[in-house]
Design a protein around this ligand. Sequence first.
Ligand SMILES: Nc1ncnc2c1ncn2[C@@H]1O[C@H](COP(=O)(O)OP(=O)(O)OP(=O)(O)O)[C@@H](O)[C@H]1O
Length: 272
Amino acid sequence: MRVRIDGVSVVIDDTTILGGVDLVAEASAITGVIGPNGSGKSTLLRCVYRALKPTTGAVHIGQDDVWRSSARQAGLRTAVVAQDHDLDNDYSVHEIVTMGRNPHKGVLDRETTADRAIVDRALERVRMDWAAHRVFATLSGGERQRVLVARALTQETPVLLLDEPTNHLDIGAQLELLDLVRELGLTTIAALHDLNHATAYCDRLLLLHAGRAVAEGTPAEVLDADRVAAVFGVRSAVVPHPLTGRPHFVTASITGSAEEEVPSDPTSTGRR
Ligand SMILES: Nc1ncnc2c1ncn2[C@@H]1O[C@H](COP(=O)(O)OP(=O)(O)OP(=O)(O)O)[C@@H](O)[C@H]1O
């Protein structure tokens, strides 16, 4: 199911946080939203998952206008792993993940055997089944993040929104999560900070800067050294990854002095 964002602007207290952003996230593709801190990535996702109504513009999921649909309809189409959550209470992990089934149920419906199987499977997929009876608030940051991914999976939606999904995760868990996202094959929009994750896992990228879309396209079209310097203020180069051969970003401070450059003789370890 395709997500279409048309001319979305968000103005709060006379400040334009997003200015006329367009994006088409194709069905079953991973679309990365990248940009510096405060560039509007979370705000854009919030407009899609119905947490923040755009000042102007529209968001369609399939044929449906998100902001003309009910919250329940939105919950059947879109699951989200957001950065902020208000779950610091005594819910168990199992209870939190079961909440993902809510859009599929009436208010008086109880948890069914099928729901339980979906919840168990989701916890297994993120390797958190051992924690089903733990109090969510007692988990580590990375463990919580994986539980919130499990909750999103139990919604069984065609669209998945991820806001910094690798936050709190160790490097192994980061790659495991991104592999899982790719394997799911959902229409995914993910706000990401790591340019190498964006390059390796995303089919398309949207680069935001100060609330404006600076570039959109394949990772190779969007990310080049000049643009990375202009938007992020760092020097960068793309080199073949020594293990996978894929394009890999290496970065350095833009103010770094010549003495910090890599020596031309790669066997030399000292400074020139
Ligand atoms: N409710 C609000 N009121 C005022 N300003 C806001 C509000 N929400 C967001 N902003 C501002 O809008 C800008 C964009 O915020 P947003 O969280 O979308 O950025 P981001 O790209 O996700 O940043 P980060 O990478 O740091 O998570 C920031 O400057 C933020 O302070």
